[in-house]
Design a protein around this ligand. Structure first.
Ligand code: ADP
Ligand code: MG
Length: 395
């Protein structure tokens, strides 16, 4: 069983010398559909998981942030000088967020902090965005300020670009920031506006299956996919992928050349699928939604080439269970090259489905996957201590 939010707060607090002054939680995310198009002005449909990174902190009266996380080297971050990329690497996500606050003009007081997490790292569930958004929320608490959510999410995205070298789109930080219980965070990545879409039918469940593989090429390949999409748009002589239709891609097929033409076909078809998915969801047409998920996976596998054997296997196992076994659809989720799949299914069959996925995947790979159900949950927030423990003082 994964620890609850209350247990995570207790674990983060236990790493400090006294009761925390401030603690913040931010969730990972899963994307139902709309993959690799958040940096192409597309639509995406993630939700915030009930898996969190919690950071608890006490003020230390110095100008240094001392931060620890189980199993990782401790980090010491000087707060009264410009931030730079340093070891340990994991703390660069914090340095990037601190840098963002410093550039706005905030003077951050010194603190000791400890991190506890239930978001699997490197599993395509965006532990990196959870870490950034938890850090930003902690700094808000320490400073007694609240940034507009959009500004906060963009600051966190910038931290990932500048301090982790990952040119990610806006999906992960928006999902972690704007997430709410029983709501998807549908994002129009052209306008940068999120819309909360109801997702509360108790008959419908979402299974997340972490393949527990992470192929090393992922970082360079992500940047290369971005490059391909930028090249494609330039060759098509359009300002935005939203102005491109499939006929444009088909008529420019040879001029675009391989693989840019296939990358373009993915972007245009995935934008259309995500729009169709929103319509299917609005009328509870889960069969149509599931078919769109399968089609998304095929496009990511064949045209965008970001899947891998293990992701394909997990999707195939779900698809073999099929509608008669309660599965509507499945696809890889997140950046790819390993990580997780997302499967939409009937709630009353979810336990059986997870068991079959676990067994068959294990038999064929000798890897024990991590498989769980999650519902859309609350986004980044400060912890109200009086709700957690009578021993903790209210802020
Ligand atoms: P994903 O975002 O899909 O989980 P990334 O490679 O983008 O994968 O981010 C994972 C990185 O985030 C880890 O390598 C580590 O640097 C950082 N990270 C994730 N969880 C934690 C944690 N609990 N404590 C410290 N750093 C973490
Ligand atoms: Mg990440």
């Amino acid at each position: 069983m994964s620890p609850t939010l209350t247990q995570l707060v207790a674990a983060a607090s236990a790493g400090l010398s006294r009761n925390p002054d401030v603690a913040a939680a931010a969730p990972g995310r899963v994307n139902l559909i709309g993959e690799h198009i958040d940096y192409c002005d597309g639509f995406v449909m993630p939700f915030a998981l009930d898996r969190y990174i919690v950071i608890a902190a006490v003020r230390n009266g110095s100008d240094i942030a001392n931060v620890s996380s189980a199993g990782l080297a401790d980090a010491s971050i000087s707060l009264h000088q410009p931030q730079e990329i340093r070891e340990p690497k994991w703390a660069n996500y914090l340095r990037g967020v601190i840098d963002g606050f410093q550039k706005i003009g905030y003077e951050i007081p010194g603190f000791d902090a400890h991190i506890a997490s239930s978001v699997p790292g490197g599993a395509g569930l965006s532990s990196s965005a959870a870490l950034e958004c938890a850090t930003a929320t902690l700094l808000e608490g320490l400073l007694g300020v609240t940034l507009p959510k959009k500004q906060k999410a963009l600051l966190c995205q910038h931290a990932e670009h500048a301090f982790a070298g990952v040119p990610c789109g806006i999906m992960d930080q928006f999902a972690s920031t704007f997430g709410e219980e029983n709501r998807l965070v549908m994002i129009d990545c052209q306008s940068g506006e999120p819309t909360l879409v109801p997702f509360e039918n108790p008959a419908l469940s979402v299974i997340i299956a972490n393949t527990r593989v992470h192929h090393e090429l992922s970082d360079g390949a992500y940047a290369l996919r971005r490059q391909h999409t930028e090249q494609g748009l330039a060759l098509l002589q359009k300002a935005s992928w939203r102005d491109v239709c499939m006929a444009d891609v088909e008529s420019a097929w040879d001029q675009l050349g391989d693989p840019v033409n296939r990358r373009a076909r993915h972007v245009v078809s995935e934008i259309a699928r995500t729009r169709a998915a929103a319509e299917a969801l609005a009328v509870d047409d889960f069969t149509a939604l599931g078919e769109l998920m399968y089609a998304s996976h095929v496009s990511l596998r064949d045209d965008f080439e970001v899947s891998c054997r293990e992701l394909d296997l997990m999707v195939d196992i779900a698809s073999d269970i099929g509608p008669q076994g309660g599965v509507f659809g499945a696809r890889m989720t997140g950046g790819g090259f390993g990580g997780s799949t997302v499967t939409l299914c009937e709630t009353y069959r979810a336990g059986d489905i997870m068991e079959i996925m676990r067994t068959r995947y294990g038999q064929q790979t000798n890897i024990v996957p991590e498989i769980f159900c999650s519902r859309p949950s609350r986004g980044a927030h400060l912890i109200e201590f009086d709700l957690v423990s009578p021993n903790q003082s209210a802020r």
